[in-house]
Each structure stands twice: as C-alpha cells, then as structure tokens.
Design a protein around this ligand. Structure first.
Ligand SMILES: Cc1cc2nc3c(=O)[nH]c(=O)nc-3n(C[C@H](O)[C@H](O)[C@H](O)COP(=O)(O)OP(=O)(O)OC[C@H]3O[C@@H](n4cnc5c(N)ncnc54)[C@H](O)[C@@H]3O)c2cc1C
Length: 492
C-alpha cells in the first residue's frame, strides 16, 4: 500500500500522462470530484480512486490504455455504478474509466432489428429509441432506467423477460473492445455465427477484467401485441416453489415468472399499493405475451397449472394499467426494503428450480440462526434467487453477520447443485465464494484467460478470480470426493 505522499506523487504522474492523452476536462483528480465514484451499488465497500477519466471516444480509450500500460497503473471500468457486487469499486492507486460520455446511439436499423450503441447508453434508452419502430431490447434488469449496456455486457445481466428472451449473451451480436495493449477487437458479427473461437461469449460476463467495451450491437425484438400477467397466491412457499417447476414442466415458457415471499409482499404493498395478497405466504407473477389469442390460451393453461399446484387465489390483469400495477410491486421491491430497514444486502445465487422450496426453507432457518430478517423476491423461472438480507450497519456486528448469512446462502446454492451468482457477477463481494464453487484447475483456467488478455493484471485487478492463497486463507475450498484440499500447500 502506498503512503499518502507516495499516492499524491503517483496522482500527479498519472494526471500529467492522462492530460496528454485526453482533454484536461476529461480528468478528475480532486477528492470532491472523485468521491461520487468511490463505490457502486454495493455501498458497504468504498475506496477513493487515484483519478477518474471520462473519455469521449474510442481513440481516447486507446490512449488511456497506453498510459495505464506505460505507468503500470491499474484501471477499473465503470458504467452507471449500479452493480451490486463491487465490480466497479475503485482501487486506491488506480484509474476509474467512466463511460458516462460514451452515450450515443450510433445507429438503429429497424429492418435488420439491430441497434449499434456506445457502452454508456442506458439499457432503457435503447428500448425508448426502438419503440417508434415497434421494437425493444429484451433483457430488462430492474435497474434498467440507469444501468448501461457496457455494464450489462460486463455482467451478462438478466431481468424479468430473460426467461423467455434470453440473457444479455443471447441478445448481443457484436462488440468492439479495447484491450490493455491498445488493440481494438471486433468480436462477434451480425451474421448468425462467426468462425473461430467465440471470444464475444468470453467477454460477456467478464466483469471488466479483459478489456473495455466501446461499442455494442444488440438484437431488437418486436413488441408483443398483448401482454397479461397472472398473480397466484400460495399459503406455503414450498408449494409456490413447486408451482414454478410445474409451469415449466407443462411446457409453458412465461414472458416472466417471478416470486415474492411474505416479507417482500408486506414491505412492498404499503409502498406501491400493487394489490398484492397480504395473507399469502408467497405470490407468483406469471406473464404471457404474444397475440391476443396466444395470450388468452396461455393464461388459461397457466391458471390451470397454478391451481393444480395449490394456488389459493389467481388474479389476471384485464388492462395494461392493471398489468403495470401488478408489476410495480416487483419492480419496486429493492427501494421498498429501504422503508423497513436502514440497510439491505442483496444476494444473487441460482439453483435448480426443483430446489426452490427446500432452499427457501433453508434461508428461513438461517435468518433465525443469524438473527436477521430476509425478504425473498426473485426470478423464480430461472431459479435465480435474490434474498435481501435486512440489517442496520450502525449496530455493531450486524454487517458482518449479514455477510456471513449471505455466504451461507451461496454455499447452500452450491450444495443443491446451483451457482453463487445468477446475474450480478462476482466482483469483490463473492470472490471467496468462488473458492467454494470451483476447483483449483477451474480457477487456474480462468486465470489463464485473464493473463492472455491482461498479462500484468491491470484491468479490474483482484476481483472475480480468487488466488489459491486467498482460497486457502478463506478455508472454504472446493473438494472432490476423496481428495485432500490443496495437498501441495504446507500445513500449519
Ligand atoms: C435496484 C437494482 C436492481 C437491479 N436489478 C438487476 C436485475 O434485475 N438484473 C441484473 O442482472 N442486475 C441487476 N442489478 C445490478 C446492475 O444494475 C447490473 O449488474 C448492471 O448491468 C450494471 O450496469 P452498470 O452500468 O451500472 O455497471 P457498473 O456497476 O458501473 O459496472 C459493472 C461491471 O461492469 C464493468 N464495466 C462497466 N462498463 C464496462 C465497459 N464499458 N467495459 C468493460 N467493463 C465494464 C465494471 O468494471 C464492473 O465490473 C440491479 C441493481 C440495482 C441497484
């Protein structure tokens, strides 16, 4: 770690080099200017960066990378900073590269149903621009009003509509990226397939560790003529979880299939008055879209499956206003948490759908064990959980308990055959849990990919992929049956 005087000297050196690479107004170095960049949505982890730079075009990104490489200064890319895993958290002796000024929709082609956009374009802005052509961009994170397409690509973001329409990786055709040595790569294409290794898929979800995304071509899809949502109440979360598996097993792929438990319903309903059933132990929101006939037929089939799975009541939206009202509760769940708890910690794990009930019961037991409340509101159709652990950071020890509770949930996800993240990424938050999920050989393979693009580990360093030493210190290592944990490490 550098001393304050060494940091100040380093800052002067980096600012001098950056202002030769980009216009001076693109460089922020005073604490009051860099403070807004000290954290992302995981605000418990904060760090002031050395410098923030806001390039205005791709050539400037290339020039910034040259500075980064020449001075061996780490660099953290940043979109809107809505990430929930600390992926955009700065490093003390590093640059934050913000894409806020790379925010142009370059080209929209309604005939080809594609849009070419810069990385700082907001997710919702793409759909707004496509709306006059009857098109939209399907992946819809709940943060879509603010989050950027560059951040979505880096996190492989999902949303309510991803069950039917796919994640970011299924809706991005091509990306331009700048590597740390200043090369501009074109990955993917607008054709159905490209020859060679699928490096676009490698970049999508790489959390800013391999290069800077400077342009993205996304697929647009036609807006469905009609959409309706069915809300089903359950008097038991296990039955609600079972209903999710039954819907998919019946061959229905809803346009959205979300679940909220009693704590979530109770926190959201007084906030948005969505019309949720306050008596229910859980509700499911099950959306159908398509032509009017298709939707009528699918809603009927869904309702039959939900009833057979034990639903105690079903409400189907009759108008678009009613549909939006029913969704408003789900979409506002995170802000609603702020009304009943000073702080919340949003976890993100994925499990096989058939395990939903068992895992929800496990989380309830853990809430008692850790002495903290937990609200569950999540993409049930994808098996993607979002337990919101409620705590008060001003109470000594509560944050540490919330972190331990979160880690225990992720271990449960792995134990039932799931994963430690669904869509929020690993960042700094889940780096230890990577030791639980992956073997040494798998982590080594990840590190080899990182080294191939960034041999000096300058891009978003010390995130996502844990070192072997970190896993040993964490004491939670992936073990294959009958094998000793890291047999070659000295034992203490
Ligand atoms: C209320 C709320 C609801 C949310 N709901 C969802 C949801 O439903 N689904 C979901 O998937 N996520 C959700 N998120 C998480 C978050 O919004 C997404 O991860 C989003 O994609 C982050 O975008 P961003 O522009 O804010 O990126 P940032 O937070 O700024 O960065 C995220 C990561 O991407 C990297 N990065 C950013 N831009 C680039 C670039 N141009 N090139 C390379 N790397 C880059 C950063 O280094 C960082 O690692 C939610 C967050 C909040 C606060």
């Amino acid at each position: 770690m550098l001393s304050p005087s060494e940091l100040a000297r380093r800052r002067r050196e980096v600012v001098a080099a950056l202002t030769r690479a980009v216009p001076p107004h693109c460089v922020l170095a005073r604490d009051e200017d860099t403070r807004p960049y000290e954290c992302d949505g995981l605000s418990a982890y904060r760090q002031l960066p050395l410098v923030v730079v806001l390039p205005e075009n791709e050539e400037q990104v290339v020039a910034i990378m040259a500075v980064c490489l020449a001075l061996r200064v780490p660099l953290v890319p940043r979109g809107a900073g809505t990430g929930l895993a600390g992926g955009a958290r700065p490093v003390a002796d590093g640059i934050v590269l913000s894409t806020a000024r790379l925010n142009r929709i370059v080209h929209l082609d309604p005939a080809a149903r594609t849009a070419v956009v810069q990385p700082g374009v907001r997710n919702l802005a793409i759909s707004d621009a496509a709306a006059p052509h009857g098109l939209y961009y399907a992946p819809d994170p709940s943060s879509q009003i603010a989050c950027t397409i560059g951040g979505n690509v880096a996190e492989n973001s999902g949303g309510v509509h991803c069950l039917k329409y796919g994640l970011t990786v299924h809706n991005v055709l091509r990306a331009r990226v700048v590597t740390v040595d200043g090369q501009v790569l074109e990955l993917g294409s607008e054709a159905p397939d490209v020859p060679g290794l699928d490096l676009l898929a490698v970049f999508i979800g790489s959390e800013g560790m391999l290069g800077i995304v400077t342009e993205v071509t996304v697929r647009l899809v036609p807006k469905p003529a009609v959409a309706r949502v069915a809300m089903a109440s359950f008097d038991d979360v296990v039955r609600g979880g079972g209903a999710v598996a039954s819907v998919i097993a019946a061959g229905i792929i809803p346009a959205g299939l979300e679940m909220m438990d009693r704590t979530s319903i109770g926190m959201v309903e007084p906030f948005v008055r969505a019309g949720y059933d306050l008596e229910a132990a859980a509700i499911l929101l099950c959306e159908s879209d398509g032509s009017a006939e298709e939707v009528d037929e699918e809603i009927e089939r869904m309702s039959a499956v939900l009833c057979a799975a034990g639903a105690t009541a079903i409400t189907v939206s009759a108008t678009e206003a009613e549909r939006l009202r029913l969704w408003s509760g789900r979409k506002n769940a995170f802000p609603a948490a702020g009304r009943i708890s000073p702080d919340y910690y949003c976890m993100d794990g994925t499990i096989p759908r058939r395990e939903l009930g068992r895992v929800l019961i496990g989380i309830t037991e853990m809430a008692q064990r850790f002495g903290l409340r937990c609200a569950n509101v999540f993409h049930a159709g994808d098996g993607n959980l979002h337990p919101l652990i409620l705590f008060d950071a001003n109470q000594p020890g509560e944050f540490e308990r919330a972190e331990a509770f979160g880690a225990a949930i992720l271990e449960l996800c792995v134990a039932v055959g799931g994963t430690i993240t669904g869509e929020h990424g690993v960042g700094v938050e889940k780096i230890n849990s990577m030791c639980v999920q992956f073997s040494r050989a798998e982590l080594d393979a990840f590190l080899s990919v990182k080294r191939a693009f960034d041999p000096e580990h300058l891009l978003n360093p010390d995130k996502v992929i844990p070192t072997l030493v970190r896993c040993a210190e964490y004491g939670k290592m992936h073990v294959r049956p009958g094998q000793q944990k890291f047999a070659d490490l000295p034992r203490f």
